[in-house]
Design a protein around this ligand. Structure first.
Ligand SMILES: [Zn+2]
Length: 425
């Protein structure tokens, strides 16, 4: 790992005694073991032992490039303990090993060697074999043997993982089906009496649906790129689109607050109300010409109660604050994740499964609501129902795995299960 090289390169220490036991754990003395290779075992004042590999001309060049990179960003020479590996702020160690594996696959490398890299964190080449201890070489050979014995391939994907992978394939399918539905149907333009003079309920729902397509596309791209924190934050937007849809379907008269009054604020026909003490009341909008008053917004809590679906209440109460904690500064989500080594990784990401599952669930909920509009004909309803039924089956099957988990903390799995069961397929 380049990270390790950069960290240890400027540390000072002296070579350990030739009579000491070799740190590679071969059981031999250092003098008869690694001392014969092209690297040294070095100990510092605190007694910590590490491998020191001689700096080659190639490494010198790499170092020069790193210094040039530092200069470019900060406009000065690096001094003291300035970091040279600036890429560590861009990529987590997980990103680096994943990209390395991908590059190895693309280059058509022997899968046994790729497995050995994943296992040992090293790549064995003719050039570096002299820099590895017998212990490290044995580790490498063991990983190759393990792969060639076939046990790795079998263990690679458990039944649960296959189920999970199958559900994840539905994310692009949801984009397709939602896009197809919006493309093939025309929203009714019939305005609600006493409601918005600009948009009908169907048109507003279609706009939310289009927005959901874009959001799902972004979530897909983020998940493909392993940026799960961003995907989790975006899944909340998908939830909010669902809330807007169920709210305007239940209360079409409030479209005038959500659309006409807001537009009036921008064009100047409306303004925020003034309290008797002269302060601006940002919760009320007034039409200047008529004095008619409008609500400047509705809480998502209130919207969640508009769907008339029992399962939406616990779902909202559990998930909304949870997902909001990925958007707003939250102490609990800001604490860096400890890694299995002694290091803490600021760039490690959240659980991809969680982000994908919520996105699929909210996507399904949006799709279900758009599909139940009066302007959708029977054939379209049937096409969408087929896709919804498949996703619901897969989702429930996956959630069933968690049924036995006694500590369903806060009832998350129960809430997800009950909501998925309400999807009409
Ligand atoms: Zn040794």
């Amino acid at each position: 790992m380049p990270r390790a090289v950069a960290k240890k390169a400027n540390r000072k220490g002296k070579e350990i005694s030739k009579r000491a036991a070799c740190p590679c754990e071969s059981g031999k003395r250092y003098g008869e073991c690694c001392a014969l290779k092209q690297f040294k075992w070095v100990v510092d004042e605190e007694g910590e032992v590490w491998k020191q590999i001689p700096v080659s001309r190639e490494l010198d060049e790499v170092n020069e490039a790193l210094i040039a990179g530092f200069r470019k960003v900060f406009g000065r020479e690096p001094v003291g303990d300035d970091p040279l590996m600036l890429a560590k702020y861009l990529y987590s160690p997980d990103d680096i090993s994943r990209e390395t594996v991908n590059a190895m696959r693309r280059a058509g490398m022997d899968p046994a060697q790729i497995h050995a890299y994943e296992k040992t964190g090293r790549i064995l080449t003719e050039q570096n074999v002299a820099f590895l201890s017998d212990g490290e070489l044995a580790e490498w050979d063991a990983a190759l043997d393990e792969y060639r014995s076939g046990s790795v391939q079998k263990a690679r994907q458990s039944a649960n993982q296959r189920l999970y992978a199958g559900l994840m394939l539905e994310l692009p399918n949801l984009i397709i089906v939602l896009g197809y539905l919006l493309d093939r149907a025309s929203p009714s333009r019939v305005l609600t009496a006493g409601g918005s003079a600009l948009v009908s309920v169907d048109q507003y729902v279609f706009l939310c649906g289009l927005r959901a397509v874009r959001t799902l596309r972004s979530i897909c791209a983020l998940l493909e790129d392993h940026r799960t924190s961003g995907a989790l934050a975006l899944s909340r937007s998908l939830f909010e689109l669902y809330l807007h849809i169920v709210f305007v379907k239940a209360f079409p008269v409030h479209l005038i607050d959500l659309v006409d009054a807001q537009l009036g604020l921008m064009t100047g026909t409306h303004a925020f109300a003034l309290r008797t003490n002269g302060e601006v009341d940002r919760r009320t909008i007034v039409e200047t010409a008529t004095g008619r008053r409008f609500r400047a917004g509705f809480s998502h809590f209130r919207m969640s109660r508009a769907s008339g679906r029992k399962a939406d209440e616990p779902l909202f109460d559990l998930l909304y604050p949870h997902l909001s904690s990925f958007i707003h500064p939250s102490f609990f989500n800001l604490v860096p994740q400890p890694r299995d080594t002694d290091e803490v990784d600021d760039l490690s990401e959240d659980d991809p499964g969680e982000a994908a599952f919520y996105s699929i669930l909210f996507g399904v909920m949006v799709l279900d609501e758009v599909r139940s509009l009066g302007c959708i004909d029977a054939r379209l309803k049937k096409d969408v129902g087929f896709a919804l039924g498949r996703v619901r089956r897969k989702g429930l099957k996956l959630l069933r795995l968690f049924r036995s988990v006694s500590e369903d903390k806060g009832g998350y799995f129960k809430a997800l299960r009950e909501r998925l069961q309400e999807v009409s397929a």
